[in-house]
Design a binder for this molecule. Structure first.
Ligand code: TRP
Length: 446
């Protein structure tokens, strides 16, 4: 990643990284499990108060250093270069994430296939059973779909991130968006829509607690690809004279919007088909939308296929952005070829991914700390590595990089009081908020 993105290429690549299964699969699932509107409120507050602030901090590290995460910290730290460069290794978190994320894209591939052949389930109950069967019994389907996605993702990264995904993003992002809008319009004609609106937007403050707050924080990091080096890496190729403040605001807005639209559509049909949104389970998007498409006849066929296929691509552009930081690091530091770097990373991801499949199957199930290996990777990265990475990014930008250097970088796009407010947030408010959530949760555990 030594050459620069085009201006629009940068925005598309980062938006492509941000918009993915975090919005379509994680968001509805967490909203359902963690109390609807209360969770959404927390998520929006944390996205703006912590996500936005740390996003700009990561962007500064990437832009000023023009390096991969490890070498970026090494280059910019004035003292303790070695210790800081270890912080760059939080990028290993994105390798853990991509292992289960590739599997989830695999599930979407399976649903795209079912949609093409017209075999989606026609009522919500069997839809839920089918989904559970897929993750608890069907090794073969999962293995084939996971492997397929794995090869597409690594092939794309092997082409170099700019050639590999720029063209994909130009088409896929808008089509996903248009499909969602059309689905929303259809959803509005249903009784379930009002119930979904209520569930998602009428605040219900007594449902706010520390577990929800940590989940919302984890999702804010996950959804903006923060805390594990992705934004640092992409910003290393940020073209000069790009208004990165408006770009960041756009990206955050699009990301929130896609999540909310997805939530509205998914929950409309959850209510419409008479399901309990508080039901545990990771498959809301599959369970709800699959049933919807099957009930719409030919239109549903076409729509379902288009929807699941664009979701696969949205997932791929995100997965690619999880691999690039480590690849960029290996290439820079050990002068490896891209292929060789990807071979090492790929081997690890493949092994971890297959372990994820095995850990949730009834026959080969294994649990660590009471969680399946899949859940462990997910929880450990979203609730520990990413928030921790975020705190360290904020401390580094707030206390190690000189304020003057930041001022020069921000000057054309954000100055005066706005810069000072961001600086205050980056030094104190955002990291302290994250620390407070982590500690409260930890103490609650004991
Ligand atoms: N933001 C993506 C999503 O919502 C996932 C993602 C891409 C990600 N790159 C990341 C998550 C890096 C954590 C770290 O689907």
């Amino acid at each position: 990643m030594s050459s620069k993105f085009s201006k629009i290429g940068f925005i598309l690549a980062v938006a492509g990284s941000a918009v993915g299964l975090g919005n379509a699969w994680k968001f509805p699932t967490l909203v359902g499990q963690s109390g609807g509107s209360a969770f959404i409120l927390l998520y929006i507050i944390l996205t703006l108060g912590v996500g936005f602030v740390i996003f700009l901090a990561e962007l500064s590290i990437g832009k000023i250093s023009e390096k991969d995460p490890v070498n970026a910290y090494k280059k910019l730290a004035l003292k303790h270069k070695k210790a800081w460069s270890f912080v760059g290794f939080t990028m290993i978190g994105s390798i853990l994430i991509v292992s289960f994320y590739t599997l989830v894209i695999g599930w979407v591939v399976k649903y795209a296939y079912l949609s093409i052949i017209g075999q989606l389930p026609s009522d919500l109950k069997s839809s839920a059973l089918d989904f559970n069967f897929l993750i608890s019994h069907d090794f073969l389907s999962q293995f084939i779909c996971f492997s397929l996605v794995f090869f597409i993702v690594f092939y794309t990264v092997s082409k170099g991130i700019k050639n590999g995904i720029e063209r994909l993003n130009v088409w896929m992002m808008p089509s996903l968006f248009i499909l969602l809008i059309l689905m929303l319009i259809y959803a509005m004609t249903k009784d379930g829509f009002v119930m979904a609106l209520k569930f998602l937007f009428v605040p219900d403050f007594h449902k706010i607690n520390i577990s929800n707050t940590l989940e919302a924080l984890g999702l804010a990091f996950f959804s903006l690809s923060l805390g594990v080096g992705t934004i640092i890496t992409y910003s290393a190729s940020l073209p000069d004279r790009t208004n990165f403040i408006t770009s960041t605001l756009n990206i955050i807005f699009i990301n929130l919007l896609v999540g909310l639209l997805m939530g509205l559509v998914v929950f409309t049909f959850i209510f419409e088909f008479g399901y309990d949104p508080n039901q545990e389970g990771p498959g809301f998007v599959f369970v709800s939308l699959a049933t919807l498409f099957q009930n719409l006849g030919l239109t549903g066929h076409i729509f379902g296929t288009a929807f699941f296929v664009s979701l696969v691509f949205a997932g791929i552009t995100s997965a690619v952005s999880m691999i690039e930081p480590s690849a960029f690091y290996l290439i820079n530091t050990f002068k490896m070829s891209r292929k060789k770097a990807l071979f090492f990373i790929g081997t690890l991801v493949y092994i971890l991914g297959v372990l994820c499949i095995l850990s949730s199957l009834d026959s080969t199930q294994f649990k660590i700390l009471g969680m399946s290996f899949f859940e462990l990777l997910d929880s450990f990265s979203s609730k520990i590595i990413m928030p921790l990475g975020g705190i360290l990014v904020a401390i580094f930008v707030g206390f190690v990089i000189k304020k003057e250097t930041l001022k020069i970088l921000f000057k054309p796009y954000m100055k005066g009081i706005f810069f000072e407010i961001w600086y205050l947030f980056v030094r104190f408010i955002s990291p302290l908020a994250v620390v407070a959530v982590l500690i409260t949760k930890l103490v609650g555990f004991v």
